[in-house]
Ligand binder design. Structure first.
Ligand code: ACO
Length: 405
């Protein structure tokens, strides 16, 4: 599987040459056995399993197990993994004071990033990177605690008291219970909501060396602890060119407002001087339909139908997709809807607030980040990540005293 790769490291040793590759468009930074993407064919495999099959048959926690361990679990293995994760869902009580220190209107991504980094100040028994048991404990803790921290960040941002994880609930329903005030029909008891969220988490769980995972690996290459590495991944994910796109898509659809304004939005996106791009379109690797977008597109209709939600933004999204897919500009550049194009509409239907969209992504991607971090720790090729540069500054010159400048 995969395109041929040239060992530039050897070429560098032999000749001193190095590559100039801004954005790492043609650089493989590591070997990995976790996720495979064929961007031209629109194929995505987790540990060899097609995303379509996992989306139809698996659950997020099972996928997390698969990403970390390399194989699907037996019933006994899954039970024990679920117990382990459930055992670690609580957060240290002092973390509440830590969260209380944020400004009342802080973005939940800012709080998630800070609080995940702070886990290294609370859990000293999982910081020895040389010990496989401690590495595994840190990985489990991250998968278990990120939903607790994510919901706590949200509740703090709207002035609600934090809710403790209810460990008789399953992973996704527990998260829903922590997020929301008890409404007339508790969301965690609505199987459509839980199933949709579980599916979104599966689709977002890993995507090989994307910007945030590469960041986790770059920080991991220095020997930093996994909490710090994942916090760095969360920071990278926040940008609108990456995970922040799901929030940006919904804002864009709201700004476009009605299907009548779609043509002018497409025209604006084609104008390089407008500074406007169609959010949720394009991908560094997929030059064909993002297979996750296909699944989400189908699911959007189903979820909205089942929940009885009639969202006019869906019509705007469909018209936008249709207009872009027959426009030469988008066709020639192979710009298709990506995973984030429809996910916002589903999150909205599930009553997840817009500022939590990227947090949802981070929650799911934590499984991938820890799987990559664990893989990296035992990689015999592992070296500190240290790119080179092509220097464009001044040639050597002498210092000039301030009064002579
Ligand atoms: N709208 C309009 N034009 C676009 C878009 C877009 N969404 N995306 C790319 N283009 C154009 C670029 O202007 C460029 O045109 P040119 O060749 O005439 O200069 C060409 O398509 C290639 O774009 P690049 O930016 O070079 O492609 P790159 O691989 O570096 O970027 C990216 C990929 C960041 C995803 C880009 O397509 C984009 O900004 N999309 C919108 C944001 C988004 O949806 N991000 C989520 C990505 S998926 C994820 O992270 C989960």
């Amino acid at each position: 599987l995969g395109a041929p790769a040239v060992d530039i490291g050897k070429l560098h040793k032999d000749t001193g040459y190095f590559t100039f590759d801004p954005g790492f468009v043609s650089t493989a930074s590591c070997r990995s056995a976790i996720t495979y993407i064929d961007g031209d064919a629109g194929v995505l495999l987790y540990r060899g399993y097609p995303i379509e099959q996992l989306a139809a048959k698996s659950s997020f926690l099972e996928v997390a197990y698969l990403l970390i361990n390399g194989e699907l679990p037996t019933a006994k293995e899954f039970e024990s993994f679920t117990d382990e994760v459930t055992h670690h869902t609580m957060m240290h009580e002092a973390l509440k004071s830590f969260l209380n220190g944020f400004r009342h209107d802080a973005h939940p991504m800012a709080m998630l990033c800070g609080s995940v980094a702070s886990l290294s100040a609370f859990y000293h028994d999982s910081l020895d990177m040389a010990d496989p048991a401690q590495r595994r404990l840190a990985a489990i803790r991250l998968i278990a605690k990120v939903p607790t921290l994510a919901s706590a960040a949200y509740r703090y941002s709207i002035g609600w008291p934090i809710r403790y994880p209810r460990n008789n609930l399953e992973y996704v329903t527990r998260f829903l219970h922590m997020m929301f005030e008890v409404p007339s029909e508790p969301l965690e008891l609505n199987p459509v909501v839980a199933k949709a969220l579980d599916l979104l988490f599966i689709l977002h769980a890993d995507h090989e060396q994307n910007a945030s995972t590469s960041t986790v690996r770059l920080v991991g290459s220095t020997g930093a602890n996994p909490y710090a590495c994942v916090a760095a991944g969360i920071a990278a994910l926040w940008g609108p060119a990456h995970g922040g796109a799901n929030e940006a898509v919904l804002e864009m659809l709201q700004e476009i407002g009605t299907a009548n304004n779609v043509e002018s939005a497409v025209a604006r996106a084609k104008d390089k001087n407008s500074g406007f791009r169609l959010m949720g379109f394009g991908h560094r690797v997929y030059k064909n339909f993002d297979p996750r977008a296909k699944i989400i597109r189908e699911m959007t209709h189903k979820v909205l139908g089942e929940l009885g939600v009639d969202d006019p933004l869906l019509e705007v999204a469909l018209k936008l997709e249709e207009a872009a897919l027959k426009d030469d500009y988008f066709v020639q550049r192979k710009l298709y809807p990506n995973v984030d194009f429809y996910s916002g509409i589903i999150y909205k239907a599930l009553k997840i607030p817009t500022e939590m969209f990227t947090v949802m992504f981070a929650l799911a991607r934590t499984a991938g980040w820890v799987a990559h971090w664990l893989e990296q720790q035992v990689d015999p090729d592992q070296k500190i990540g240290r790119p080179r540069q092509v220097y464009t500054g001044a040639t050597e010159r002498d210092y000039v005293a301030m009064d002579k400048r």
